[in-house]
Design a protein around this ligand. Structure first.
Ligand code: GRF
Length: 188
């Protein structure tokens, strides 16, 4: 049995997709959702999906005991799905190459502090990019700079607004994220 921890801060559409994708698979379980935002709709999704929800504040997150807690849940892979805090060193050390993130652009472009959510798509449109995409990467102690695992691209048109880009990216995320997770869990 492979056990995932999914970290969220926002809407949780990726969480929903991952949980539904693996629901029929007895080999994979979303063991917990970790949220840093009491107002995140993802929290409600976790409840609806019947997944234990762990709420964190900065203090709990930055304390090494939090790594121990996740270890005691036998987590095989930590999946950041719209999670906005930098990951502390103790977690990176406790889960080497076992923490991945999805970023809604083609890194190394449009990554780093401040490039999250709509800010990314606005910058892509402002730069008249002809394509954008998603990047799934390992997480290190800096924002959006760990080794890249997977990218998928989509063409943009001159007329695309940031909302249009977001919709295209959403489709790529829904299609690819669970498949990449599955590959990482079983292809080693
Ligand atoms: C996604 O676009 C993801 O790439 C980014 O934040 C967004 C999260 O969306 N890191 P959701 O909370 O999964 O709906």
């Amino acid at each position: 049995m492979k056990r995932l921890a999914v970290f969220v801060s926002g809407g949780g559409t990726n969480l929903q997709r991952i949980a539904e994708y693996f629901a029929p698979n007895p080999e994979v379980e979303v063991a917990c959702v970790v949220s840093n935002n009491k107002d995140a709709y993802a929290n409600q999704r976790a409840k609806n999906l019947g997944i234990p929800l762990i709420m964190i504040d900065r203090q709990r997150f930055n304390d090494k005991e939090f790594s121990d807690e996740l270890k005691s849940l036998n987590i095989d892979l930590i999946v950041l799905a719209g999670f906005l805090w930098l990951i502390p060193q103790h977690l990176i050390e406790a889960f080497p190459n076992k923490i991945i993130n999805i970023h809604p652009a083609l890194l190394p472009k449009y990554g780093g502090k401040g490039f999250y959510g709509h800010h990314v798509h606005e910058a892509v449109v402002a730069a008249h990019e002809k394509e954008s995409g998603i990047t799934i990467h390992y997480v290190n102690e800096h924002y959006d700079s760990g080794n890249i695992i997977f990218q998928a691209k989509v063409a943009l048109s001159e007329k695309d607004t940031p909302d249009d880009v977001a919709a295209k990216i959403h489709i790529l995320e829904q299609e690819n994220f669970p498949l990449v997770i599955e590959k990482l869990l079983f292809d080693k």
